[in-house]
Design a protein around this ligand. Sequence first.
Ligand code: 5AD
Ligand code: SF4
Length: 470
Amino acid sequence: MERNTTTIPQADIDRQLTFCREIAQMNAARPEQPLAFVDTYGCQQNEADSERIRGYLSEMGYGFTDDEEQAQIIVLNTCAIREHAEQRVLGNLGALVHVKRRHPDQIICMCGCMAQEQHVAEKIKQSFRHVDLVFGPHMLWKFPEFIHTLLTSRGRIFQIPDEAGSIAEGIPVVRQDKVKAWVSIMYGCNNFCSYCIVPYVRGRERSRQPEDILNEVRALASEGYKDITLLGQNVNSYGKDLDSPMDFADLLERVNAIPGDFLIRFMTSHPKDATQKLFETMARCEKVAPVLHLPFQAGNNRVLKVMNRKHTIEGYLDKIRALRALIPDIVLTSDVIVGFPGETTPEFEDTLKVLEEVQFDALFTFIYSPRVGTPAAKMDDPMPREEKLANFNRLVALQDAISEKKHAAYIGKTMRCLVDGESGDSRYPLSARTPGNRLVRLTGEPAAIGQFVQVKITDANKWSLFGEMV
Ligand code: 5AD
Ligand code: SF4
């Protein structure tokens, strides 16, 4: 099969690194090291992209700050998934007008999914004139060139070509964490769920070469990372565009074979390509964490069909049963949308039935938010907002009760947990994760951060577990 994914030639990335060196020379001549602030919104894919932006900035000689007054360069890496996320970004971006008045040399950049939306870019162009650089996810690899242009000539840059997307290897990264790491394995989405903006802003599905992924995981394992999450909008489609016949289960098997004491997680999965082979691989691979995030979005088949989900609820429940038969203690989480256009309250109640039946450990619940350019945004949406809110509250109340019950069942158990940071709570100063990624607040000393320890669970509420090291 012909590989239809474009890879950015190494020479082009090298050229970007040359821009970095030129900027680093300019920065070295300044009296103090200039600082940059990278502000990330949205999902882990954006976190991973921000780590590459920081990697480039570090090569350019910038240090980092969280204080916009101190920053020479401010980058807002944005999310377009729901209106609320967009409002937050526009509010924060708007407020920067005052900051820039105090620091006229500041460079303000907007990137990520919102930047890729034509109507948003147009709005920034007209009404947010303090923003110097807007670039979409497809142009991230050219970030040094854009900064170089802004530093050496005047003007604003808007780079949001509508592309299927490419793969860029060899971009430096500065990771935010020493215990957990993200590894993108693929980009984009081909599913076009009718409510979702992602396929329009992130392009078509494209997989990184397995060797590039395996090398990255090997390096992380040898640096001592303990928790590695393989990322993609739809990881179960991994490999469909590769020359070598390789699917996500095969990749998981090969990542699992890398020596080291670390956990492997992955997200997000689509039910339509979550296969028996994947479940068997998860059960067999000792490093793969016993947890699956498998969004079902709605419990009613008519609604699923209009959502263009390409699976039925019976098919979904069959898969859950098959998975539980292989891994009985699997931790299951999901995403649900309430108030999709045309969803009636009896149809919504089918979603509640799925919660009752599956008993998810946790649920990410959203009220439908129309996105410009998606088919659902043009559909009739007669249900009043109050009714949607009432349904949403019923959903949250039911899940809270289920989560509380599930968490209570952990009390008295001892399990191997990864201490991943400080909690900010003086009674339980550490934060840790069970193998299935449930949050544990833990007594103990910060020296344990980054280690696997045996934890006895002593208490629980609907949000988290509490425990002590044994
Ligand atoms: N409105 C509400 N929720 C959405 N999601 C995606 N698009 C929308 C939208 N337009 C939710 C889905 C998806 C999660 C990441 O965000 O549940 O799985
Ligand atoms: Fe959006 Fe559906 Fe693709 Fe997920 S699978 S990113 S919900 S279009």
